[in-house]
Every structure is written in C-alpha cells, then in structure tokens.
Ligand binder design. Structure first.
Ligand SMILES: Cc1cc2nc3c(=O)[nH]c(=O)nc-3n(C[C@H](O)[C@H](O)[C@H](O)COP(=O)(O)OP(=O)(O)OC[C@H]3O[C@@H](n4cnc5c(N)ncnc54)[C@H](O)[C@@H]3O)c2cc1C
Length: 285
C-alpha cells in the first residue's frame, strides 16, 4: 500500500547515511511489513538494501548473516550468494533450520525474495520463525548504534514481547552471527497450526551440540522465543518438567491459538523434538 505519511526515502550507501534513523525516520528493508499497513508515526524512511552487505559470509567464528539477507537467500532458494548454501548444509547440519523456518512463515515466494532476516528479527513477532531459528542456533545480533559504536546482544535476549525488542531509537541491526558449534549441531524442527495453511500456533526447534549440550527453543506459542537449556539430551519427563515451569503469562493469546492449547501442543512438540535428538544420539553409538 502507499504510505501517505512518508515525505522522503533515503537510499543509504554507507554507514554515515544511517545517522538520520530514529524518531519519525524508520528503517526500510524488504518493506513486506512496512508497506502492509499504515505507518502513521513515520514521515521518512532509510532504505538499507543498497548498502551492499554480503548476504552470507563464512567467518572464523561461524556464519555472518547480513540483516539484509533475504529469506530466499537464507533458505537456499536465491541466487548470487557469496557462499553456496548446499555446500554449507553438508558440513553444517545446523543450517537445516534455515529453510525449515522460512517455510514456517505464511508467505508467498514473492515475499520470500523480498523479506529480510533483519526485518523478521526486528519485527519481533511471536510468528517470527526465522528469528526463532536463529535463537535456536544461539546466534548473536550485531547492532550499529547512532553514535558510531557497535554492540552485540545474544539473540535470545533481543525480543522483549510481541513486536518489542531491545533496539533503541536510531539503532540498526547489522548482522546475525551463528557460532560454529551451532552450525555443527544436529537440529530438529516441529510446527503446528490450527489450520493446514494457517499461521503457526507453536514451533519448537532443538539443537544438540557435538559435546552433547542441548537446547529446545519454543516460539509462536509464546510472546517471545523461550530457550530451555539442558546439559545433555533431555528425556520425556525432563522436557515435560521444563515446559511446565515456563512462566504462565508467556503463553501467547491470539486468533491462531489459545494460551492453554499452545502450552499443551508446545509440550507435545518439545517432546517430539527431544525424542528425535535422542534417536540420533543412539544411532551414533
Ligand atoms: C503475506 C505475509 C505473510 C507474513 N508472514 C509472516 C509470518 O508468518 N511471521 C512473521 O514474523 N512475519 C510475517 N510477515 C511479516 C514480514 O513480511 C516478515 O516478518 C519479514 O521478514 C519482514 O522483513 P522485511 O525486510 O520485509 O521488513 P520491513 O517491512 O522492511 O521492516 C520490518 C520492521 O523491521 C524494521 N527493520 C528492518 N530491518 C531493520 C534493521 N536492519 N535494523 C533495524 N530495524 C529494521 C523496520 O523499520 C520495520 O519496523 C508476513 C508478511 C506478509 C506480507
């Protein structure tokens, strides 16, 4: 839709061009959310899509995903990548969550090619499955502050509630860094929705690292991604106990599922994810 409050769109070419972000000047990435409803509080946008950030970069520590990386690029459906995603998948089983989480979004291929990872993270919706996958992979966010400094935030601490996160006025998400131990981890994914093509009611993603440590991340069912950490792959009773101990006020309530239903199905999915990760442990022995 046309945003009739917008008077100016600036195409950023370098970091200095981001100095105007803040207040009534918003960040424009893919625009799939921004142009979907009125943005009364904004009169100016800074388009970050021409900053030339490589979508996916292998680093010594792991994988850097630019905020402007599209969902198509992340899932391996896009072209022109710096790093072959197929190649990554063979070496890094953890990347299986990329495509699985992109598919969990209720979106067309047109949206996939335009929507960005940074937009999904910064929108901070419970249904932000890509955000959830990156939390499940224990990623960090690199944030550019308006005074020219940078700060790093564990992504599990980024979201405060539905549509709310730790970014302050003028801050821009630059990238998400997935550590190498998570890329080497085995993962499992489960999703449920009230309708076959409906928005996710609950998504659970599991990660089992090479040293045996395990984490289950619950999203869509909760107001923010919830991470349950375990020293080893948890048994069914341990999973049930951990899900039961989640603060009851965190179960999300909207037309895509009531809180009690979400708590129940998240528990079932978490049990299934843990069982899949346990099976792999057995297979390796
Ligand atoms: C049909 C349809 C289905 C959708 N389904 C889902 C769904 O299932 N789950 C879901 O979570 N979302 C969904 N969305 C919403 C949205 O499309 C996605 O979350 C998408 O990933 C947002 O990315 P974008 O690049 O288009 O963000 P934009 O629309 O450009 O921006 C989204 C918000 O993030 C801010 N922002 C973007 N990038 C940055 C950055 N680098 N630093 C700081 N702020 C930034 C923007 O200012 C804006 O407030 C859907 C949208 C459509 C149209």
């Amino acid at each position: 839709m046309d945003l009739d409050t917008i008077r100016d769109v600036i195409v950023a070419r370098e970091r200095a061009d981001l100095a105007v972000v803040g207040g009534s000047c918003g960040v424009l990435a893919g625009g799939t959310f921004l142009f979907s409803e009125p943005q009364e509080e904004l009169d100016r946008l800074v388009d970050i899509s021409a900053l030339g950030w490589p979508a996916l970069t292998e680093t010594r520590e792991g994988l850097e995903i630019a905020a402007t990386c599209t969902l198509a690029e992340l899932s391996g459906a896009g072209a022109g990548r710096e790093l072959g995603v197929e190649e990554m998948r063979a070496d890094w089983p953890g990347t299986a969550l990329f495509a699985q989480s992109c598919r969990a979004l209720l979106a067309s291929h047109k949206i996939w090619r335009t929507a960005t990872v940074g937009g999904n993270v910064c929108l901070s919706l419970p249904a932000g499955a890509v955000l959830g996958a990156l939390v499940a992979l224990d990623a960090d966010a690199l944030v550019w502050s308006p005074d020219g400094s940078d700060r790093r935030i564990p992504l599990r601490e980024f979201v405060l509630g539905p549509g709310r996160n730790v970014l302050t006025s003028g801050e821009v998400l630059r990238s998400i860094d997935v550590p190498i131990r998570s890329l080497h981890a085995r993962t499992a994914f489960r999703k449920i929705a009230l309708a076959p093509l409906g928005r996710s009611g609950a998504v659970v993603m599991g990660r089992r690292e090479v040293d045996g440590r395990c984490a289950l991340t619950i999203t869509a069912a909760t107001t923010r991604p919830i991470v349950l950490d375990f020293d080893g792959t948890p048994g069914a009773a341990e999973v049930r106990g951990a899900v039961a101990a989640i603060d009851p006020t965190l179960w999300f309530d909207d037309p895509h599922g009531a809180p009690d239903w979400r708590r129940h199905v998240a528990g079932v999915l978490a049990g299934a994810v843990a069982a899949e990760l346990r099976t792999e442990v057995g297979d390796e022995q």
